[in-house]
Design a protein around this ligand. Structure first.
Ligand SMILES: NC(=O)C1=CN([C@@H]2O[C@H](COP(=O)(O)OP(=O)(O)OC[C@H]3O[C@@H](n4cnc5c(N)ncnc54)[C@H](O)[C@@H]3O)[C@@H](O)[C@H]2O)C=CC1
Ligand SMILES: CC(C)CC(=O)C(=O)O
Ligand SMILES: [Mg+2]
Length: 365
């Protein structure tokens, strides 16, 4: 059976890193039909909208989506509905991609690349589960107005709404507990229940759902403490489970435990198992076009796609083993480079992963 993949490279380094992931997928010779479409700023340029109908339809009609990144500073003054970021938010909402998996694994060879002491991160393997279609990122109402109360009545103000419904919390809590069952059976639910009503509700509902998983240990932690514990003793976490905004922030922090944000893949799934696969980072305009971006998070996201949406676990294993092999061979993009290793660009890193898969040998140029 041929699987249809929507390939949405997007902006900035998105095009560079997705090209490498596609190269890796092609070499596996699987029955994949890949179709590329514009998204984000690139789509705004050609179609006047960051998520054109045709791109959305392609995503909806595909078994999985391979996504790069969207955004560029030059679009920051556009009205919000036209900004590139609305494309990824729109895809998450339209496809119901509520369950975001971000595995933060510190590969043995990258222990020295992290800004943390090696003993804190050696062997690190955390799974961040982030709710992805609710919270303050999507809550209505939001906007700007003239304040009628508060500290400065009559002044201009802006507001967003943080909200979660019971079913939204229940379904992602089940995802977290079920994922924990396949790992060390420990979930840390991260909230701000001491201040926010939304997150007291989150904590209450997660505690209720936990009754159905007596074999899994549940710990609750406030988000400020979690941010601190992630750099103090990250290996104490196994499944770190949280809402949309806290998960966004904590996953970038966790990325540095792996050596670089360029190492953190992600899978965003809906209730039908359809998924969008993207690196956890953005379009990195500061390094775009220079050929130095790390493509491994995107390549590892393609491996997650094979495992989660396309039922090709052996092919996923081949990619992950190849990534380990190129790191063992000492190849490093600048973000993970350290003394004694070989500095390579985006394309050479992709080529090396391909060479490791085909058994042709990894060359250091
Ligand atoms: N899912 C998406 O499409 C996301 C889009 N964005 C957008 O991306 C744009 C840039 O946002 P930033 O806050 O700068 O976050 P960013 O993640 O793009 O970059 C943060 C820093 O990490 C570095 N970096 C990121 N990915 C890298 C890689 N693969 N290899 C080496 N270095 C890498 C960048 O050079 C930069 O110094 C903005 O427009 C933002 O809204 C941000 C996050 C996610
Ligand atoms: C556009 C942002 C909400 C994307 C982001 O930062 C993320 O998903 O990590
Ligand atoms: Mg983010």
């Amino acid at each position: 059976m041929t699987h249809k993949i929507a390939v949405l490279p997007g902006d900035g380094i998105g095009t560079e890193i997705v090209a490498e992931a596609v190269k890796v997928l092609n070499v596996l010779e699987l029955p994949l039909e890949m179709e590329t479409a514009p998204v984000g700023g690139a789509a705004y340029e050609v179609a006047g909208h960051p998520l054109p109908e045709s791109t959305l339809k392609l995503a909806q009609d595909s078994d999985a989506i391979l996504f790069g990144a969207v955004g560029d500073w030059k679009y920051d003054t556009l009205e919000r509905r036209l900004r590139p970021e609305q494309a990824i938010l729109g895809l998450r909402k339209a496809l119901g991609l509520f369950a975001n998996f971000r595995p933060a694994i510190c590969y043995e060879q990258l222990v020295g690349a992290s800004s943390l002491k090696p003993e804190l991160i050696a062997g690190l393997d955390i799974l961040i589960i982030r709710e992805l279609t609710g919270d303050i990122y999507f809550g209505q109402p939001r906007g700007r107005r003239v304040a009628t109360d508060g500290h400065f009545p009559g002044a201009e103000e802006a507001f967003d709404t943080m909200r979660y419904s019971r079913p939204e919390i229940e379904r992602i809590a089940h995802v977290a507990f079920q994922a924990a069952r396949k790992r060390s059976k420990k979930v840390t639910s991260v909230d701000k229940a001491n201040v926010l009503e939304t997150f007291q509700f989150w904590k209450d509902v997660v505690t209720e759902v936990h009754q159905q998983y007596p074999d899994v240990e549940l710990e609750h932690m406030y988000v400020d403490n979690a941010a601190m514990q992630l750099v103090k003793a990250p290996k104490k976490f196994d499944v770190l489970f949280t809402g949309n905004m806290f998960g966004d922030i904590l996953s970038d922090e966790a990325a540095m435990l792996t050596g670089s944000i360029g190492m953190l893949p992600s899978a965003s799934l809906n209730a039908n198992g359809q998924g969008l696969y993207e690196p956890s980072h953005g379009s990195a305009p500061d390094i775009a076009g220079k050929g130095v971006a790390n493509p491994l998070a995107t390549i590892l996201s393609a491996a997650m796609m094979l495992r989660f949406s396309l039922n090709q676990p052996e092919a996923a294993d081949r990619i992950e083993s190849a990534v380990r092999a190129v790191l063992a061979a000492g190849l490093r993009t600048p973000d993970i480079w350290s003394e004694g290793t070989t500095r390579v660009g985006t394309r050479e890193m992709g080529d090396a992963v391909v060479a490791a898969i085909t058994g042709k040998g990894i060359t250091k140029s």
